[in-house]
Ligand binder design. Sequence first.
Ligand SMILES: Nc1ncnc2c1ncn2[C@@H]1O[C@H](COP(=O)(O)OP(=O)(O)OP(=O)(O)O)[C@@H](O)[C@H]1O
Length: 261
Amino acid sequence: MNHKNTIPALDLRSVTVTYPDGDQTVTALDGIDFSAVPGTLTAVVGESGSGKSTLLSVAAGLVVPGSGEVLVRGRAGAAGAAANIGTASATSAASAEADAVDLAAVDENERARVRREREGVVFQNPNLLASLKVRDQLLIADHLRGNRLDRGRADELLETVGLAGMGDRHVHQLSGGQRQRVNIARALMNKPSVLLADEPTSALDRELSHEIAGLLRSVTDELGTATVLVTHDRSLLEYADVAVEMRDGKLRSIDPAAAAA
Ligand SMILES: Nc1ncnc2c1ncn2[C@@H]1O[C@H](COP(=O)(O)OP(=O)(O)OP(=O)(O)O)[C@@H](O)[C@H]1O
């Protein structure tokens, strides 16, 4: 299915983040513009300390920028509105604008709500609960959101991530790569418009890293998420549609094909 459209599900505008550092400050993000559109995998690369994790934390509403906007749109405002482009583009653009929430301008509760309803977050460490079976790792995401436990969706997502039939296994029966697959499936339970992955392969060997990046690629195509992959591994750029490089808190576009070669 082609989910690509041009209305970003995630849209950072002139975002600056500074951290206190003794008597001084460190500028982790220096007035950056960054966007991610549905059905597109955007990779963010850069040296250690360049600001990649800060970028993702801002997108997830975990860090509030000192200035700038962090707009997050839901599926209706991003994918849905853009699907109408050409017929009623002015109305669609207006509805997408109305649907956008600026994480920099709302309180903590609202940031948590937007994260819960519109975003999926995958970290390096899957952080699965040892006592739960694979399917229950996904259902607990529903439980924590106060949603009905959707067993059918959990099994469907396990199939999407290549773990069909493994719902009744325990975590200790899974390999590192399989655990990261469960982590990705769990992040997709709420049908997020934005999928944020922070170094999801850094604990995995080369082969598994490529498998997981390939999975993020196929999930992006299949489910139409605006996926952002933060990685220090440039070889994974082959899975990206768009790539940017962070350096000293600033961003520049790079050609993913050339940079992966
Ligand atoms: N909570 C914090 N307090 C103070 N400084 C911080 C904090 N978090 C990050 N920094 C600083 O901000 C800059 C950007 O850090 P960030 O973690 O975003 O970089 P990164 O590119 O993700 O690095 P890595 O690849 O090592 O994870 C660095 O100079 C870092 O030392």
